[in-house]
Design a protein around this ligand. Sequence first.
Ligand SMILES: [Zn+2]
Length: 384
Amino acid sequence: MTALPYGGTLVNRVLSDAARREILAGIDDRKTIAIDTQGALDAEKIAIGAFSPLTGFMGEADYSGVLARSRLKNGLTWTIPIILAPRIAENPGLGDIHVGDSPVLLYHGEPIAVLHVEEKFPFDKTEFARRVYGTTEDAHPDVKKLRNAGDTIFSGPIDLINRVSGADELTPEETRKEFDRRGWETVVAFQTRNPPHVAHEYIQRCALEQVDGLFIHPVVGELKKDDFPAEAVIESYQYLVDHYYPKSRVFLAPLAISMRYAGPRAAVFLAIIRKNYGCTHFIVGRDIAGVGNYYDPYGAHALFRNLDLGIEAMLFRESYYCRKCRSMVTEKTCGHPESDHSRVSMTQIRKMIVAGEQPPIEVMRPELADLLVKYRPYLEAGLK
Ligand SMILES: [Zn+2]
């Protein structure tokens, strides 16, 4: 028995084959809205139930509730607005789309979903940036991205015509079946957008001691330019799962979402998603979903202590190797000074790989570092 979906019911807004064919047959007569990657991935995640209980893009009551109180209008905690504010430049006919219309959402010209427009309201981007990201600075990647958004939010339920992500991305229904098949009653999710650091492995093992299974669910989809490419993350985790972890206890699948670097707020959103995928526990490490120095690295820990999302947060301090203890430790478990610690951040590891240096063995497994060398040109470009 996996965890109940958030809000109690797993949403399914994927059209049946017959309904899909009917829409595609009459598509030339429909109004259209061109959407960006975030819009397409959000539509897909809504439709497959990853964002349950959302059935579409948020209306004004949900949107303002999330901004002001981190709550949907039904009272459930929700921290990241899921909205559609289409770009004006790519949508000259946007003004002709009215409440009651059901335009088709196009991504790179391909029909993705039907939006049943229930509301249109102005989008205050400054307010959004301030409330969600705590800053209006362009140096924040999500704030910068907001510049491209339109000035009007279109909301309403959606029906999915076509998937955006590859077949390797499982739906919540599929992961739930997989957990059941494995007989896992308790499953801890690990959120990541990095290849496995030894410190990550340590935390995963600690967490797995407490539950039946570990679900490694790296974010692919839309990331910031200095993150590792998704293929590097998946490939290195696949290696770890194949060569180190017991197959019966660890399951790996990608999650294609548009990453929101909103620190603690994003951490709550990421936990809710994992509840929908059937997880009972969620690992919250240091500076989860953070960027730069915008967020308190342990702000998410404080937030989760005061929330009841129906998924249990497993809180971990930053871990590193201690030469005196001769093991992985945290500030909670080791009393030695920093000079005894081997502490290398993921940013430093990226730089070492670009420079052709081998990260220390207690920081990254050498075979993983070797495997990442081929992503050097990509990492180099991202560091610029
Ligand atoms: Zn120590």
